[in-house]
Design a protein around this ligand. Structure first.
Ligand code: XUL
Ligand code: CO
Length: 436
């Protein structure tokens, strides 16, 4: 039975680029086959529970602007929230959702009570998944909102907080396993520091690594076949976060020998905060073999903060999905809208507009990327640029068959005198522009 929250809005359909219907897809046709696969299987869209259901529209200057019937309540209200959530997923045709424990259950008076609340909602979710066919892309633990986590979770100076965090992660992994989640995410919300004056970084790295190792051990123990994903972010809420960006996380994983067990969940807005592009972070993760999943959103480029807006920049999305496709596409990962409405967008329909726009924008980007791949639009010029390396001598320089002395002798003997060649950046940018 419908909750009536979305009024008489019916399931969002694909109507094509000429449609004027604001409640229709213009570019996301879930069944359209691109590079041998339907769009819905390429994009694997997920709705984020925390932004679309739990967030209340507050900012540092004012509180709640949204007025939702499930606010301020216990488990019954949490179930109403779940009813509306699954209505939202179904209206959008989003195949997946993602959640933190704290988004879905009321906080209890102690750990056991919070866990009991969570488990009751997880059972409720299981029924809802069965009814709607919607699946869980990933679960995660909120180890940053409650004041007990103010000095970190796994990196806290207090071992009791470490223990509480470990116990919470266990319950969230159990919940994810029970719901058939395809990944488990760790975003280190407060795993960093406010000041080095009170921080023993070396100790905190070891603590964080031990927590991650326990997660991996437990995953194997319970037979969770999903992927463990770490989500990089450079700052906010802490001044400096240890999972700064893809390169930093990879170095950390390597230091502790965990790089084969963990992949990354890469977020557009976090890439921007780190001073990179999303394309850069995805390209690096692909190069290192750790691209797992993406959190899709955009930041306000003027405010320099993590504004988590819905994406609307097709050229950026095209270059992002270009990297995803080059990596072979998603396996267990997907496109999670880690995006929230602006606080003035208070109508239920706004939740649909935000996601419809985001899904359309991603679909356009992915289709453009697929066409670039089909035409070899960027790969052909790239192959040409490196073609010199196909020569025998060039190969020998890389294989170790030639030493520094051998190469020096060759340069002298053959009078090697390289002529610079154009990098053709503008030419390539114009090619991309043709596709987006
Ligand atoms: C915070 C953020 C989180 C993670 C999950 O910036 O991105 O919502 O995605 O904890
Ligand atoms: Co995120």
């Amino acid at each position: 039975m419908s909750t009536g929250f979305f009024g008489d809005i019916a399931k969002i359909k694909y109507e094509g680029p000429d449609s004027d219907n604001p409640l229709a897809f213009r570019h996301y046709n879930p069944d359209e086959v691109v590079l041998g696969k339907p769009l819905k299987e390429h994009l694997r869209f997920a709705v984020a529970y925390w932004h679309s259901l739990a967030w209340e529209g507050g900012d540092p200057f004012g509180g709640r602007t949204f007025d939702r019937p499930w606010y301020d309540g216990g488990v019954e209200k949490a179930k109403l929230k779940a009813d509306v959530a699954f209505e939202l997923f179904s209206l959008l045709g989003a195949p997946y959702y993602c959640f933190h424990d704290a988004d879905v259950r009321p906080e209890g008076g102690n750990f056991a009570e919070s866990t009991k609340n969570l488990n009751e909602i997880v059972d409720y979710f299981a029924k809802k998944q069965e009814e709607t066919g919607v699946k869980l892309l990933w679960g995660t633990a909120n180890l940053f909102s409650h004041r007990r986590f103010m000095s970190g979770a796994s990196t806290n100076p207090d071992p009791d907080v470490f223990a509480y965090s470990a116990a919470t992660i266990k319950t969230c992994m159990d919940a994810t396993m029970k719901l058939g989640g395809e990944n488990y995410v760790l975003w280190g919300g407060r795993e960093g520091y406010e000041t080095l004056l009170n921080t023993d970084m070396s100790r905190e790295f070891d603590q964080m690594a031990r927590m991650l190792s326990m997660v991996i051990e437990y995953k194997h123990k319970i037979g969770f076949t999903g992927q463990i994903l770490v989500e990089p972010k450079p700052q906010e809420p802490t001044k400096h976060q240890y999972d700064y960006d893809v390169a930093t996380v990879y170095g950390f994983l390597q230091k502790y020998g965990l790089e084969k067990e963990v992949k990354l969940n890469i977020e557009q807005g976090h890439a921007i905060l780190a001073g990179h592009t999303f394309e850069h972070e995805l390209a690096l993760a692909r190069t290192l073999g750790v691209l797992g999943s993406i959190d899709m959103n955009r930041n306000d480029y003027q405010s320099g903060w993590d504004t988590d807006q819905f994406p609307n920049n097709v050229p950026e999305m095209a270059l992002a999905y270009y990297q995803v496709l080059l990596a072979g596409g998603f396996t267990s990962g997907g496109t999670n809208f880690d995006a929230k409405l602006r606080r003035q967008s208070i109508d239920p329909a706004d939740l649909l507009y935000g996601h419809i726009g985001g899904m359309d924008c991603c679909a356009r980007g992915l289709k453009a990327a697929a066409r670039m791949i089909e035409d070899g639009a960027l790969s052909k010029p790239l192959d040409e640029r490196y073609a010199g390396w196909n020569g025998d001598t060039a190969k020998k320089m890389l294989s170790g068959e030639m030493t520094l002395e051998d190469i020096a002798a060759m340069v002298e003997k053959d009078d090697i005198n390289p002529e610079p060649k154009s990098g053709r950046q503008e030419y390539l940018e114009n090619i991309v522009n043709k596709y987006v």
